[in-house]
Design a binder for this molecule. Sequence first.
Ligand SMILES: *Cc1c(COP(=O)(O)O)cnc(C)c1O
Length: 377
Amino acid sequence: MNTKIWLSSPHMGTNEFKNVKEAFDTNWIAPLGPHVDGFERDLADFLGEGVHVAALSSGTAALHLALIMLGVKAGDEVICQSMTFSASANPIAYQGAIPVFVDSEERTWNMSPDLLELAIQDRMRKGKKPKAIIVVHLYGMPAEMDRIMAIADRFEIPVVEDAAEALGSTYKGRKLGTFGAMSLLSFNGNKIITTSGGGALVSNNEAYIKQARFLATQARDAAPHYQHAQIGYNYRMSNVCAAIGRGQMDVLADRIMQRRANYDFYQAALSAIRGIRFAEEADENYYSNRWLSTVLVDDSQGISREAIRLALEQENIESRPLWKPMHLQPVFEGTPFYGDGTSERLFDKGLCLPSGSNMTDEERERVACCMKACFAQ
Ligand SMILES: *Cc1c(COP(=O)(O)O)cnc(C)c1O
C-alpha cells in the first residue's frame, strides 16, 4: 500500500521543540507565561497595522469572546457567511442568538456583498438590526473586503473577520485579520501553522484585547481573593502551546510559499483537463495563502467530484468536499438564509486536494497522476 497522503498535516520547523523544552526547563507550564506574551507580539508584528492580539485556546473561543464584547445576547441576530466551517456559526448559538446566513459569490467563494446588503435591509424591515457580520476568508482566499466593509460601515454594523484559514493572505496588500472590528485566527492541527490547538483574537482596539484576556481568565477582578463581577471563561492559551506557536512563526513565510507552490503545481499539472476548474485569485488585489488547494469538478465531463474523491481514497490519498454550507446543516434548519444557490453549487462540485506544506514532489505527482487517470477513462 502507498503511504498515506494527508489533506493538511502539521509541519514543525526547528525551533518549536527547543521552545517547548525551554518552557519545561523554566517550569512555565500554565495558561500564561513568556511564550504567550511573545507569541502575541510575534503575531501583532506579522499582521502590522498596529493591531493587538490575545492568544487563546481556540479560534472558536476567540469568536465567542468577540460576540460577547459586541453585546450579542439571546434573541439577537448575527449575519454569518453560510459557506464555512461550523465554528464560524456555533458561537452565535452559544449566545442564544440567531444566525442569519448569507450566500457566497462565485468570484471569491466568500460572502456576496449584494446578498449581504439585501439581508441587512430585509432583517431591518422585519424589525431587527443584525448585531454583527461574520465574514470568512475560505481556504485563505480574501473576501471582497472593500465592499463588505463599506456596507457594514453604512449600516453601522461591526464586522468580525474569520481569518482562521487565512493567516498571511492579503487584500490590497493588507493582511487579512486587520480589517474587522475584531478578527480570529486558528492554530488547530490542520491550519497553516499550528500550536496543536489554539487561536487568537486580533483587533486595532486595544480595549477589546484587554477585555478578551480578562474574560478568558475567568473574569477575575483585582483583589487578593477570588472576586468576580461577571461570568468568565477559561479560554487562555497554554505557555507550552505558545512555545510551539513561536517556533511556527519563524517558518510562517516558508509555509505560505510552500502552500502556494502546491497550488501552482496542481494548476500546471491539471489545468489542461476540461472538467477541472481552479479557484483563482480574482485580480491583483487578492493574495491567498492557499491554505488548501481547491478545484471544482464539472461532472458533464463524465466524472463526478465524489468519484474523484473515492479514486484518491483508493490510492490512500485524503481529499475532502468543500465545507457544506451552514444553511444546509440539520442543526441550523429553519434559520434565515439569503442566497442564490452559489454555495450549494460550489459544495456539489468542489474538492480540497492534499495541501500540506510538507508534501514532497513525489506525493504531489501521485495526486496529479491519480486525478489525470480519472479523466483518462
Ligand atoms: C478552523 C476554523 C475555525 C475554528 O478554529 P478552532 O481553532 O478549531 O476553534 C473557525 N473558522 C474557520 C473557517 C476554520 O477553518
